[in-house]
Design a protein around this ligand. Structure first.
Ligand SMILES: Cc1cc2nc3c(=O)[nH]c(=O)nc-3n(C[C@H](O)[C@H](O)[C@H](O)COP(=O)(O)OP(=O)(O)OC[C@H]3O[C@@H](n4cnc5c(N)ncnc54)[C@H](O)[C@@H]3O)c2cc1C
Length: 389
């Protein structure tokens, strides 16, 4: 087999990149370790930045998002029983879109399949060969046979545990990491959201987030211990804990129901540099992870896709390598700002096991400043809706 670009990973980064390239006549093959249903079963991000929304439109897959997505012009932050709202539109002229990662991925799979794009599922033992030469190739096993695809470029969109990042030699790769001493327990329930806006809650019992997917599907999270498992958390225990962490007016009106999904995610900040090695480019979670507090994971993956897509277009349509040569530098400049914002939101809103009385006072002062200061709110709003590409 041959393709201009082999894309490893059929998550949102890989699918979006392949769909954008397909529309410019650039031929790709996507290699996915799992099945389509498995990928669609992963409940993850739900807040789309303006840039991600524009990319979905550019990729020709925005019809359902534009019909069913919910525009959010503001968000609520609370501490103890106090709350304030930050209006994104007032500060930035734009907003975010509530539309689940599962739906984004479903739309991308449907579009790829309708256009006859090549996706190979259930691949194993993917190896990226000769990425530091002009003739890279990828080998993998599928259905008991080994296959090879020759290509011009490889896009490593295979998430944090994939092979792409590890293909870059140790001597070239630099990694930066911060692991947080807690996780997020998330549940999905077929109940109306407690509020029209998201609620980010800092409480003495720890962080909570009230989020949503649609008018009858809510996504709620509470900060939990790293060693907890979903079995430790009955639905009743979850709802009681959530109620204790949000302002009384929301706790009193919260509608509860059985969870239809319950999972725990550890929180981590991670960046690898560079994001390019020869003809291999890393995209999305393969190169960086953020704690989900700022809703930046999927959105930062999308900004990588934007830079790589433009670089590849410039290469194929204008025979100009400038865009691919500067891919790593451009992507990382934005990645680090998303890392900073996600780290700051996490620090502002969570309880840390080693927090002293002094640390708590500083956190409180930070929240009070944010509540009272228009410029501070504007900084949060700019970062939340997404910095420009
Ligand atoms: C539990 C959880 C909750 C999250 N919540 C949020 C949130 O609220 N907001 C937010 O913005 N972000 C959130 N994120 C982050 C967001 O989901 C990711 O940033 C996003 O999925 C990145 O997309 P990706 O395509 O780069 O990677 P992934 O979605 O990880 O996709 C990578 C794909 O590559 C495949 N793959 C892996 N290894 C191989 C291999 N060797 N060969 C072939 N295929 C391979 C995987 O099966 C997968 O389908 C969350 C993440 C998790 C884990």
């Amino acid at each position: 087999m041959r393709a201009q670009v082999v894309i490893i990973g059929g998550g949102p980064s890989g699918l979006l990149l392949s769909q954008l390239l397909l529309r410019r006549g650039i031929d790709t093959v996507v290699l996915e370790r799992k099945t389509r249903d498995y990928v669609l079963g992963r409940i993850r991000a739900g807040v789309l930045e303006t840039g991600m929304v524009s990319l979905m439109r550019k990729a020709g897959i925005a019809d359902r998002m534009d019909r069913e997505g919910i525009i959010h012009e503001s968000t609520v932050l609370s501490f103890d029983d106090q709350e304030f709202s930050i209006n994104f539109t007032e500060h930035t002229g734009t907003h975010v879109m509530i539309y689940g990662q599962t739906e984004v991925t479903r739309d991308l799979y449907d579009a790829r399949e309708a256009a006859g794009g090549r996706i190979i599922y259930n691949v194993e033992n993917v190896v990226i060969n000769d990425a530091d030469t002009d003739k890279p190739f990828v080998t993998f096993d599928v259905g008991g046979a080994t296959q090879q695809i020759d290509c011009d470029f490889v896009a490593g969109c295979d998430g944090f545990h994939g092979v792409s990042r590890r293909t870059i030699p140790h001597g070239v790769r630099r990694e930066y990491e911060k692991v947080y001493p807690f996780g997020w327990l998330g549940i999905l329930s077929e109940t109306p959201p407690v509020n029209d806006e998201l609620i980010y809650a800092n409480s003495a019992r720890g962080f909570a987030l009230c989020s949503m997917r649609n008018a009858n599907l809510s996504r709620y999270y509470v900060q939990c211990q790293l060693e907890d498992t979903p079995d430790d958390w009955s639905d009743q225990r979850f709802w009681d804990e959530l109620r204790s962490r949000i302002p009384e007016k929301y706790a009193d009106t919260l509608i509860t129901g059985p969870s239809i999904e319950k999972s725990i995610a550890p929180l981590r900040s991670f960046v690898t540099e560079p994001m390019r090695w020869g003809r291999l480019f890393l995209c999305g979670d393969a190169a960086h992870i953020v704690p989900p507090t700022g809703a930046k994971g999927l959105n930062t993956a999308a900004s990588d896709v934007h830079y790589l897509y433009h670089g590849l277009m410039q290469y194929y349509e204008e025979a100009d390598p400038e865009g691919i040569d500067r891919y790593s530098e451009r992507a990382l400049a934005r990645v680090w700002k998303a890392e900073r914002f996600s780290w700051w939101m996490t620090t502002l809103l969570h309880r840390f096991p080693d927090q002293t009385a002094f640390d708590l006072k500083i956190q409180r002062a930070d929240l009070e400043f944010l509540r009272a200061n228009r410029e501070a709110q504007s900084v949060l709003a700019q970062n939340y809706v997404g910095l420009p590409y």
